[in-house]
Design a protein around this ligand. Structure first.
Ligand code: 4NP
Length: 152
């Protein structure tokens, strides 16, 4: 399975989601591929935000191999599941979808733990204290997804 994590800048939330999901699938011994992208172009080529790097580091996850890139329509074909961090990301990604198969791949990350509640991972860019909370949400959501898929 190929999984894409998507947020706005691809420097705060989706790099954490990518790092966490990679750790979970490695622990579970699953041969999956995980990547991340942003709907915006402003940070293309940049390292993850230093606060995301630090928060991941505190939990033993190194995300410094990641570089921001922009979501592209070709990603609909390259990935099986596209997890968006918030409802705006979902709207922006769905606007690029070309068919129902593309649309069906897109889902909110937090639907894994709060199905049908339309919950967003808050953007921590302007909130230094938000990163730990974001990490914990993503950790729970990735854990739920991997355990569901591993037992199905
Ligand atoms: P992210 O956070 O979407 O979680 O990567 C943001 C990063 C940058 C900006 C906004 C959100 N920005 O406005 O530059």
């Amino acid at each position: 399975m190929k999984i894409l994590m998507v947020c706005l800048g691809n420097i705060c939330r989706s790099p954490l989601a990518e790092g966490i999901m990679k750790q979970k699938i490695s622990e579970a011994g699953l041969p999956w591929m995980v990547d991340s992208a942003g709907t915006g172009f402003w940070h293309v080529g940049e390292l993850p935000d230093r606060r995301s790097i630090a928060t991941a580091n505190q939990r033993g996850i190194d995300i410094t191999d990641q570089r921001a890139r922009q979501f592209h329509v070709a990603d609909f074909e390259r990935f099986d599941r596209i997890f968006v961090m918030d409802t705006q990301n979902r709207q922006d990604v769905l606007r690029l979808a070309q068919n129902e198969a593309h649309r069906a791949k897109v889902e909110l990350m937090l639907d894994q733990i709060f199905p049908g509640e339309d919950r967003s991972v808050p953007d921590p860019y302007y909130d230094d204290d938000g990163f730990k909370e974001v990490f914990d949400m993503l950790n729970e959501a990735c854990e739920a997804f991997v355990s569901r898929m591993a037992t199905s």
